[in-house]
Design a binder for this molecule. Structure first.
Ligand code: C5P
Length: 202
C-alpha cells in the first residue's frame, strides 16, 4: 500500500514539535521537523554563507547542530524561508522523506499545502500568540538561556507575520486540514486530539 503521510503545520511554538513526535511514536512512523532545514540554512547565513548556495549544499548532519534552537537562528530561518530558490532546493528532500515505506510525519508551515498536498492526514496546530510566546519563553529559560517575555513575544509575532505574508508557500491551513487549538489544552489532550484526527483518516 502507498505510504501514509501525516502533515502537521502551524505557527511558531503552537505545540507542533511535541505533537509531531508523539504522533510519529504512536503510529511508529519516521518524523521530519522541516523547520530544522530552514534553521540550518539560516545558521549558515549568519556565518556569512549565501542562502541559496547553503540550501543547495545542505547535508543531513547539518540538522544535528544544537545551536539551531536559538531565537537568532529562528529569525534568520524565517528570512531565508521567503526566498523561492531556497524553498525549491529543500523540496525534494522533504518529498522523498514523505515517501518512506513505513509512512512519515512532517511538521512545518507548508507541508499540507505545498510539500505534501496529497497527505492522507493534515493537521493545523495553533494557539493564541500570548500562549505561544509564553511557551517559547519557558522553553528558553529551561534551556538556561536568558530571555525576556516581551522580546520573545515580539519575536514570535514578527516571525508569524513574515511566514503568513510571504508569497512563496505562506503559512495557512490547507482546506482539508483539521484545526487543533492548543491554547487551553494540556500536552496529553493535544496529542490525543491529534491521534484521533489521524485515526479518522485511516
Ligand atoms: O518550525 P520552526 O520554528 O523551526 O521554523 C523556523 C522557520 O522556518 C519558520 O519561522 C519559517 O519561516 C520557516 N519554515 C518554513 N517552512 C517550513 C518549516 C519552517 O518556511 N515547512
Amino acid at each position: 500500500s502507498a505510504p501514509f503521510t501525516i502533515a502537521i503545520d502551524g505557527p511558531a511554538a503552537a505545540g507542533k514539535g511535541t505533537i509531531s513526535k508523539a504522533v510519529a511514536a504512536h503510529f511508529q512512523m519516521a518524523h521530519l521537523d522541516t523547520g530544522l532545514l530552514y534553521r540550518a540554512v539560516g545558521a549558515k547565513v549568519l556565518q556569512g554563507a549565501d542562502a541559496v548556495a547553503a540550501a543547495r549544499s545542505l547535508v543531513p548532519s547539518d540538522l544535528e547542530d544544537d545551536t539551531l534552537r536559538g531565537q537568532d537562528v529562528a529569525q534568520a530561518a524565517s528570512q531565508v524561508a521567503v526566498i523561492g530558490e531556497v524553498r525549491a532546493a529543500l523540496l525534494e528532500f522533504q518529498r522523498s522523506f514523505a515517501r518512506r515505506a513505513g509512512g512519515a510525519v512532517l511538521d512545518g508551515r507548508d507541508i499540507g499545502t505545498v510539500i505534501c498536498p496529497g497527505a492522507e492526514a493534515k493537521l493545523f496546530v495553533t494557539a493564541s500568540a500570548e500562549v505561544r510566546a509564553k511557551r517559547r519563553y519557558d522553553e528558553l529559560v529551561q534551556r538556561g538561556q536568558t530571555a525576556d517575555l516581551d522580546e520573545v513575544t515580539a519575536d514570535v509575532k514578527a516571525r508569524d507575520a513574515r511566514d503568513m505574508a510571504r508569497s512563496e508557500a505562506p503559512l495557512k491551513p490547507a482546506d482539508d486540514a483539521v484545526l487543533i487549538d492548543t491554547s487551553n489544552q494540556t500536552i496529553d489532550e493535544a496529542v490525543a486530539a491529534a491521534i484521533a484526527a489521524v485515526n479518522a483518516k485511516k
